[in-house]
Design a protein around this ligand. Structure first.
Ligand SMILES: O=C(O)CCC(=O)C(=O)O
Ligand SMILES: [Fe+2]
Length: 292
């Protein structure tokens, strides 16, 4: 099973027993989703009005907030709801950090907090370029924000008020994905990472690791045969549930659903229990090169 369930975990301030702490971290690092069916993110009265796709500024698919810069992206700017949105995202971010403290406490000293996002649009039927199409199986890699080998750890909560689940497909283990796609990827061109940085296409240096991850992301999404034939299963996350997943490692696709909150964290591989399980170390073994 690709998902491991923590049935009893019902509050953002809970913590796991010592035994479950090991179970959680080991399973997460092996590419499983940690699923909390009873952990729900409660909206406050004034926040019900945020449950509308109208808060999105087209063509954005998400609203995101970065606490380091204070920048809110993707929302109707002039909207008086902006402050409300920031409040909700801030609370979700704090709750997510509490959840990580309770479930994966040994990550906390090395964890950095990334963006918080709100996804108020229905996913199914949405059109976009194939690269941006998250209904296709992929591992996460961000073109303009190289993560230089850091793990992408994400917390999701389904806050749908109409009983609608977030429907995901979960694909093959990372090694299997890499075995199929790595041979199709050329080495990065000499000097390309400095050029991308100089042209401001990337915010920091795109390392060889970022190059391979991004190409894998694109090749997976572009290969329709692979999308159908890859070993996979469907999992539905119902309203009022929460899940944690390392999306750089777990092949995933979001097929349907509306109204989800998400918090991104970054973790250096040295913060893991077993860094040999990271995409960075797996790709380094497979290519025989240092990639960051
Ligand atoms: O919105 C979702 O349910 C997940 C979409 C996705 O692929 C991602 O955020 O990495
Ligand atoms: Fe993704």
């Amino acid at each position: 099973m690709d998902v491991i369930q923590f049935q009893e975990y019902g509050s953002w301030h809970d913590s796991l027993t010592k035994n479950d702490l090991n179970v959680a971290a080991q399973n997460l690092e092996q590419g499983k989703v940690l699923y909390f069916p009873a952990l729900s993110f409660e909206l406050q009265d004034t926040e019900d009005r945020l449950l509308s796709p109208d808060c999105l500024k087209p063509p954005s698919k998400n609203i995101s907030f970065d606490f380091r810069s204070g920048i809110l992206k993707g929302s109707m700017h002039e909207s008086p709801l902006a402050l409300n949105l920031i409040e909700m995202l801030k609370r979700f971010s704090e709750h997510s950090l509490k959840l990580i403290e309770g479930v994966l406490p040994h990550y906390c000293s090395q964890l950095s907090v990334g963006r918080t996002s709100y996804r108020p649009a229905e996913i199914s039927g949405r059109t976009s370029s194939y690269r941006k199409d998250d209904t296709r199986l992929h591992v996460d890699a961000f073109p303009s924000a190289p993560n230089q080998g850091h793990r992408i750890l994400r917390v999701f909560s389904n806050i749908n008020p109409h009983g609608q689940s977030r429907v995901w497909r979960l694909g093959e283990p990372f090694e299997e994905v890499a075995r199929q796609f790595l041979p199709r990827i050329r080495k990065p061109l000499f000097g390309s990472s400095a050029l991308l940085k100089a042209l401001n296409i990337t915010k920091s240096r795109r390392t060889p690791y970022d190059h391979y991850m991004l190409r894998m992301h694109d090749l997976m999404k572009g290969d329709l045969d692979y999308q159908i034939k890859a070993h996979q299963c469907v999992f539905q996350f119902p309203p009022n549930s929460t899940w944690i997943v390392m999306t750089d490692h777990v092949s995933h696709a979001a097929m349907a659903g509306q109204y989800v909150l998400e918090q991104t964290f970054y973790l250096p591989v040295s913060g893991m229990l077993n860094e040999n399980l990271s995409p960075l170390r797996i790709l380094e073994r497979m290519t025989g090169c240092n990639l960051v």
